[in-house]
Design a protein around this ligand. Structure first.
Ligand code: HEM
Length: 200
């Protein structure tokens, strides 16, 4: 089994070699990864960062951006996860195929994010904040990345303040608290990915 929803289905053909399984899986997730790159290029100020830092932020932050973008694949009312093919699988079924604590944490994250009821502009701006807040190890021009992060966080704050009435401050605080949660999901997910690479 390959229980990542970025695959088309959790089932893998037992006749396929691990290289074939990876090739098929890559075809499924690559368009989504390309869209993250295209999205990054449209963040005002991102292309003005030095190229090395653009690459470092994308390497560290792509999973987190995708997690936010695809949070709606996790349907907690129905206890299902929709894979990129559009097929839905129940949480119990995915657990029986080997998914564990990470699946549970992603479900909780998605449910709490949905509860904040962001509109599409807020969602885009939050996603931009997520990307420029990615792990800073290896960033060369920290000042420029931090200046861009500040600018985006201020814009997000203004937008949330305009849209969320009496809940605005708590909504904004909750959004910022999503950043460390995303980092932790990213770390747990990287471990799943690595161990899958070692024993597919
Ligand atoms: C697990 C790869 C993005 C959700 C995995 C596994 C791999 C993987 C190899 C281990 C599968 C197994 O052991 O059966 C990737 C790659 C991604 C990606 C290459 C880059 C595009 C994502 C995103 C999400 C996600 C964006 C969420 C929206 C999950 C979940 C699991 C998983 C829920 C199972 C966790 C568990 O075992 O509890 N991923 N993934 N992945 N991935 Fe991904």
């Amino acid at each position: 089994h390959l229980v990542c929803p970025m695959n088309t289905s959790p089932y893998v053909d037992p006749h396929k070699t691990s290289q074939e399984i990876w090739e098929e899986f890559s075809m499924s997730f690559t368009p989504a990864v390309r869209e993250v790159v295209e999205f990054a290029k449209r963040i005002p100020g991102f292309r003005e960062l030095i190229e090395r830092d653009q690459v470092s932020l994308l390497k560290a932050g792509t999973f987190e951006v995708l997690m936010v973008r695809f949070a709606s694949l996790f349907n907690m009312a129905e206890r299902t996860v929709t894979f990129l093919s559009g097929k839905r699988y129940s949480l119990d079924m995915l657990r029986s195929m080997g998914a564990g604590e990470l699946l549970t944490s992603m479900c909780e994250f998605s449910e709490k994010l949905a509860a904040l009821r962001l509109d599409s502009d807020e969602m885009s701006l939050f996603t931009a904040v997520v990307l420029v807040s990615a792990d800073r190890s290896g960033i060369q021009d920290l000042n420029s990345v931090e200046a861009l992060q500040d600018k985006l966080i201020r814009a997000l704050r203004n937008l949330v303040m305009q849209n969320h009435g009496a809940d605005a401050s708590t909504t904004f605080t909750k959004l910022l608290l999503k950043l460390p949660e995303l980092r932790s999901l990213n770390n747990m997910h990287s471990e799943e990915l690595l161990s899958f690479k070692v024993h597919p």
